[in-house]
Write a protein that binds this ligand. Structure first.
Ligand SMILES: Cc1cc2nc3c(=O)[nH]c(=O)nc-3n(C[C@H](O)[C@H](O)[C@H](O)COP(=O)(O)OP(=O)(O)OC[C@H]3O[C@@H](n4cnc5c(N)ncnc54)[C@H](O)[C@@H]3O)c2cc1C
Length: 197
């Protein structure tokens, strides 16, 4: 049987029967380094929760991912559809990833150009399950400036910090998800934890 890997299941509608062995990415680990250009390189394993990862980078004093806070799912799934929200997408902060090529049975490193990111698209989505993402490295700018172009963020002052932007993003998401709760959705918002399940 073929193997198919998933993350948190927040972007899936499953058939009654799936003719595959399903693996859930549960690998954990985060690492901070520095690139030759001075950017801070933050690597996370595929099974890390994306939103927790974003919150952790901000708590380390690292700005750059705060607009992507609150997107449900795992780090490994983030490049599959080049997740994006509130004026930013993963491709804007992406440096590289490691994936297992299940066809050639070997690990490969992909830089940003090789991932062929576009709006909610990537090489990995086009190849439908051939590449299993193992870890993702983001490059956070040394000279951070907030991305406040999106409605709801544009009222924040230009000297705002990353933590405040993240809180505003999460507040907007909470208000939107309250409406979704009446319509039904995949993924349930948990107000106590500020995250999704
Ligand atoms: C309430 C709600 C709000 C959302 N808001 C946004 C938003 O603002 N922006 C946005 O872009 N998306 C949004 N999404 C969609 C979803 O959060 C993203 O698609 C997320 O990346 C899915 O992560 P996951 O781990 O749950 O992936 P899953 O649903 O488990 O998998 C999605 C796809 O990725 C593949 N995949 C997962 N992990 C790997 C891996 N390690 N290697 C290879 N393939 C893998 C799976 O096989 C599957 O095809 C939202 C979803 C919900 C329910």
């Amino acid at each position: 049987m073929p193997a198919h890997f998933i993350g948190g299941g927040s972007n899936l509608v499953l058939k009654d029967e799936l003719p595959a062995v399903v693996g859930i990415m549960a690998t954990k680990g985060r690492d901070i380094g520095r690139g030759p250009d001075g950017d801070v390189l933050v690597t996370a394993q595929a099974g890390e929760d994306w939103s927790e990862f974003v919150g952790w980078t901000v708590s380390q004093g690292l700005g750059g991912l705060e607009n992507l806070a609150g997107i449900p799912g795992t780090v490994g799934a983030a490049p599959i559809q080049n997740i994006g929200a509130y004026g930013l997408e993963l491709a804007d902060r992406f440096r590289s990833l490691t994936a297992r090529d299940s066809l050639e049975n070997k690990e490969r490193r992909f830089d940003r150009d090789e991932c062929r990111f576009s709006y909610r698209q990537s090489l990995f989505k086009q190849f439908g399950g051939r590449f299993i993402v193992l870890d993702v490295t983001t490059a956070l700018p040394q000279a951070w400036s907030p991305v406040l172009s999106y409605a709801g963020l544009d009222s924040l002052p230009s000297d705002v910090d990353a933590a405040t932007v993240m809180e505003r993003v999460l507040a907007i998401r909470r208000s939107e998800t309250a409406r979704l709760a009446h319509a039904g959705q995949c993924g349930v918002f948990l107000p106590q934890s500020g995250g999704y399940s």
